[in-house]
Design a protein. Structure first.
Length: 260
């Protein structure tokens, strides 16, 4: 199985991924630190000694599957909504989005993981998607605008490299910190218990709205064709760090509840 994952990674091409491989593994590693003893045991029964980080990028790797088995899952990674919505209106619009999307599928994966009557393989796949999708949720441009495909259609320059706004948030900002995923997770995972409780207590809809608000800030401070670099990193580093940390803590909450 690991060989298949690596092969798909090599074939992945130039598709847009959330947080890149490092960011998703940071979220997964932080979540692993906050699992309850019961959840740890349940995970061991499901995936043995494999880490959450090992599977954090699998839902992106399978986009390169030439059999097209997973094509229907590509739309699970994001929601598109208008910008600057008041919270009540945002939540109403979020719940009324048609079809499968990031919001619906996080809930579906939690339900599948909870359901012990399902075959083990189905629950394992639900786990892999849940690890990844909670990371996607905390990348603000996965709660972006339809007209620019979550920033994919907004040309930017990261220092002198031509790219797009979505790609900067997927990988460039995270990679600019120059940490391995284990280093980054250890550096971030120091929040006081009271703060952790507040972040975990809020609802799934609250989490989406936070990303929506951050997306508004990103759009406002990222005019098309800008040359972004040191100053941009300075402006957004705290937001970046907090989103990665929140993603990990909230993933742990969902796993602890689902595997109780």
């Amino acid at each position: 199985m690991l060989a298949l994952v690596l092969a798909l990674w090599l074939l992945k091409g130039e598709k847009a991924f959330a947080w890149g491989t490092t960011g998703h593994r940071v979220v997964a590693a932080i979540a692993q630190n906050h699992l309850s003893p019961k959840a740890r045991l349940a995970l061991e029964n499901l995936i043995g000694r494999e880490s959450l980080a090992m599977w954090a990028n699998w839902p992106d790797f399978i986009k390169s599957d030439t059999t097209h088995t997973w094509d229907s899952t590509f739309k699970w990674h994001y929601v598109d909504l208008p910008g600057a919505l008041p919270k009540d209106e945002f939540i109403k619009e979020l719940k009324q989005l048609p079809g499968e999307n990031l919001y619906t599928q996080i809930q579906v994966m939690v339900a599948r993981l909870k359901d012990k009557t399902l075959p083990r393989e189905q629950r394992v796949i639900a786990l892999r998607f849940l690890i990844h999708l909670v990371g996607d949720l905390h990348q603000p441009l996965h709660v972006g605008h339809a007209e620019d495909a979550g920033g994919n259609k907004i040309t930017e320059y990261w220092f002198d490299k031509k790219t797009n706004l979505h790609a900067i948030w997927d990988g460039e900002l995270v990679d600019f910190q120059k940490y391995s995923y284990t280093e980054y997770a250890a550096i971030l995972d120091i929040a006081p218990a009271a703060e952790v409780t507040v972040w975990q207590k809020s609802s799934l809809e609250d989490w989406f709205y936070e990303s929506h608000q951050l997306a508004d800030k990103v759009y406002a401070l990222s005019p098309p064709d800008s040359r972004l670099g040191y100053k941009y990193d300075y402006i957004f580093q705290q937001d970046l760090d907090q989103q990665l940390l929140k993603g990990g803590l909230r993933l742990a909450k969902l796993l602890n509840e689902a595997l109780n």
